[in-house]
Ligand binder design. Sequence first.
Ligand code: GAR
Length: 207
Amino acid sequence: MKLGVLISGRGSNLQALLAAKKEERLPLADFRLAVSNKPDAPGLDIARSFGLRTAVIDGSKYRGRRAEHDRAIDQVLREHECEAIVLAGYMRVLGAEFIAGWRNRIINIHPSLLPSFPGLHAQRQALEYGVRTSGCTVHFVDEGTDTGPIILQRTVPVLPGDTEDSLAARILVEEHHAIVEAVALLSQGRVNIEGRSVRVSSGGRVG
Ligand code: GAR
């Protein structure tokens, strides 16, 4: 499966994917390119260090023209023959037209147990709410904010004295497992959407 990865910043989830690919844990995932909406995203250097092509579609040049920005991203993904998209720390909202054009072919990783704490600052929201367990979710992207069908989730405890940073770091470790496992399942064609639910068909061990 030919994949494009969208990033906005640090790129540690992208790194987890590319390292898994290098270690032959994602044999059916063909990463075609990484696209960033920020020209200075450190994740771009990570992509390059793995020999992955990169593209920058600078969001600041498209202020107030989201649909045009989306179309530029769509074009570069199609030029690289992508069949599905992984949002790996992509912090910009994609428009309805873009999502419709990639229906059930975009997955996102989010640092909370959805449907709790969608949107920005998920870890801070979890701490402020006082939950005892948090984690991460990989889900399909629909037109809502972090509302699409859930592929998998991993949990972590929230510990006494946790700060936003300490909780985020604990969740991030699980994110890196979750995103690799989800891409493995997706690329193996084992992820089936049935209404709001995702059924994972059986197969060998992954991730
Ligand atoms: C990750 O924690 C990811 O879950 C989060 O941004 C971080 C990106 O880190 N994404 C969102 O909050 C999306 N709503 P990374 O650039 O090191 O992969």
